[in-house]
Design a protein. Structure first.
Length: 146
């Protein structure tokens, strides 16, 4: 990038409320899907972790400084999601096992009316229908730690 383009980009970031933490797409193909995942995408926590949470969501939602305390790193995503009240909508659970429509994560990834803030993943294309179906299926089947 040229210096002028970098300055314009920085100015736009300041004017629109700051930098997005969406990352640079490293590790993703041209459609935003992870390269080289080892577990196929499906309605299991392992499949969602390997294909959505780790390559996409942890560009922001990682470690102790994760937004709203929602770290989605492998090994902690389950305990930070299932049965935990949403910070943005405390009357809802982030994941309500067995009920995707009552799970705030579904609202956020589908971009439903009534969410606080932006549709997730912020600054990236929305998840694909297949990715959303995997999350919905996992929650519908009980949101097991598998």
């Amino acid at each position: 990038m040229t210096i002028k383009l970098l300055r314009v980009t920085a100015l736009l970031a300041v004017l629109t409320g700051g930098w997005s933490c969406a990352g640079d797409g490293t590790g993703l193909d041209t459609l935003g899907n992870p390269l080289g995942s080892t577990v196929p995408l499906g309605p299991t926590l392992a499949g969602i972790q390997d294909n959505i949470f780790t390559p996409i969501c942890t560009q922001c939602h990682t470690g102790a400084a994760a937004p709203l305390g929602l770290a989605l790193d492998a090994g902690v995503s389950f305990q930070n999601l299932v049965g935990v009240s949403s910070v943005e909508k405390p009357e809802m659970r982030r994941v309500q096992a067995g009920n995707p429509d009552a799970s705030y994560i579904m609202w956020k990834i589908e971009g439903r009316a009534g969410i606080v803030g932006e549709r997730m993943p912020r600054g990236l294309p929305p998840l694909s229908a297949e990715q959303i179906a995997a999350v919905r299926g996992w929650i519908q089947s009980g949101a097991a730690a598998n």
